[in-house]
Design a protein around this ligand. Structure first.
Ligand code: IMP
Ligand code: MG
Length: 177
């Protein structure tokens, strides 16, 4: 089996996502948020998170890629950009996982150039030991060890995104199969 037992079950994820949404609702009390999801990896987390946020939220997405199978590529590609005008807005950038930090460093700088009133970063998972770029993470679900993980939106070669839990992916096992 390429997929091990869950690192985080669907119930554990939901519990943590609700806590993050509560924190965000509290921090942005009386304000409106523009939440920007980085696709494709954040789609499930993003949907659950915005559903649980209690302040007005406008949503937008950008499609970017940097990973090829299980390797982080140096170059960040933008396949589709946001459409919202974020100047003067309070923005939260939402991603599935931060690894080297290269993608979020690039995307954050790109959005900052659009002059938002504020820009915070929310990620479900953080592989802190792998960080090469300093990125301020304002809202974090779970810090994990250096494993390649799949499920709840995260993929290996565009597979396993639909798993309701998050599991460690063992590439060697898949290659032998
Ligand atoms: P970074 O630019 O190295 O921080 O990589 C971040 C992006 O790589 C994330 O948005 C994910 O799409 C992808 N990624 C990093 N680690 C994993 C993983 O363990 N499983 C699936 N995707 C990952
Ligand atoms: Mg991603």
């Amino acid at each position: 089996m390429a997929i091990g037992k869950p690192l985080y079950t669907a119930a554990q994820i939901q519990h943590r996502v609700f806590q993050l949404a509560e924190q965000i609702s509290c921090d942005y009390h009386g304000k409106e948020i523009v939440a920007i999801g980085i696709l494709k990896g954040s789609f499930m987390f993003f949907a659950d998170l915005v559903r649980a946020i209690q302040v007005p939220v406008a949503v937008d997405f950008l499609v970017s890629s940097s990973y090829v199978k299980t390797t982080s590529a140096a170059e960040v590609k933008i396949h589709s950009d946001i459409r919202a005008d974020i100047s003067g807005k309070d923005v939260i950038l939402v991603d599935d996982i931060i690894d080297t930090g290269s993608s979020l460093t690039y995307l954050r700088a790109r959005l900052m150039a659009m002059n938002p009133a504020s820009l915070k970063i929310c990620v479900l998972l953080d592989k802190k030991v792998r960080r090469g770029f300093e990125v301020p993470v304002d809202y974090l679900g779970f810090e994990i060890e250096d494993h390649f993980v799949v499920g709840y939106g995260l993929d290996y070669d565009n597979q396993y995104r639909n798993l309701p839990c998050i599991s460690i992916f063992h590439e060697d096992v898949e290659n032998e199969a």
